[in-house]
Design a protein around this ligand. Sequence first.
Ligand code: PLP
Length: 392
Amino acid sequence: MSRPPFLSSRAEALQPSLTLAISARAKALQQEGRDICSLSAGEPDFETPAFIVEASVQALRDGVTRYGPAAGDPVLREAIAHKISAENGVPTTASEVLVTNGGKQAIYNLFQVVLNPGDEVLIPAPYWLSYPEMARLAGAQPVAVPSSARTGFKPDLDALEAAITPATRLLVVNSPGNPTGHVLSLEELELLADLLRRHPRLLVMTDEIYEYLVDEGITHHSLAAVAPDLQDRCFMVNGFAKGWAMTGWRLGYLSGPAAVIKAASALQSQSTSNVCSFAQSGATAAIEGSRDCVREMAASYNLRRQLLIDGLQALPGITLVPPRGAFYAFPQLPEGCGDSVSFCTRALEEEGLAIVPGGAFGDDRCVRLSCAVSRETITDGISRLARLLPVD
Ligand code: PLP
């Protein structure tokens, strides 16, 4: 489809989503009657826990159907502040919390209110694919700093520091990470904190949306808890989508210094206004409720993540850094598989296997597979992948 001649330069510069192209083709093939095995999901395969749904239904019945404060329902902001203080170890007040339309809007708003045209945003690669586009939408320049499967997808601190220029304004940290499943250790966070101390102009955004989805024995740490002296430069992004299986509810939050939250709230008041009022009632029930449901779902992903890891590790030529969090694996393909988009296109056409090209996440040698699908789908997907690999 050709683009109309009146698009803004911002819209012109937006990269079309590679992942959407693959899923649209997968759907089309399925409609033609092809047997498609999809490991491309980016969302939980559970229903939202019933007590959360009930709280929202009750709120609707109680007439919670009107405009609310743009920054979020004060009760929910307070509950989030309490959660961040108690669970993440980062002392936070309600004025330091903005309720957003998913984690996505938290990131978008933050970038809009702290970045100026010409600023650079440091993004360790592989990265979640929306960060660079949102940086560009704020007029800033994304600067990807690669790490590789060979080095365990650990952030390359020397390369990160070498990439800092006088224009660098913001560092993006995502742990547990999408797509690699890498969970930053305490030691890695301390080293990152030292780097930030050496560069006092740098702000940092920590995207912690997969915080509850970590393997047995792995602990998620928030950077602002590890380095309280940096709290005035730390912005935390989080949400309800992954931990509580609430992707469609569009509920996230941004927390950080009150002045920035106020600016982001003003932006929100002039763009989207408050997040859906009765959805916020469900979120309040979720965050104030027991974490048992979250733990049960996390335990289920852990089992399925291990099944995916075992299957991938048995394939010849695959380099896999075992993911320890989130619900993805990001294996590096053997030589001779071509670039990730042509490999994923071939996987779909020849084997009916829908997986996501690593190029979308900044590493064209890899592909992303999800374990938020049934055990049968994982096993089936691994068999299809095996048939696509070169035989030596
Ligand atoms: N951050 C990461 C790393 C993600 O993977 C996602 C969603 O896939 C988001 C943020 C956005 O989540 P939400 O659905 O809450 O907007």
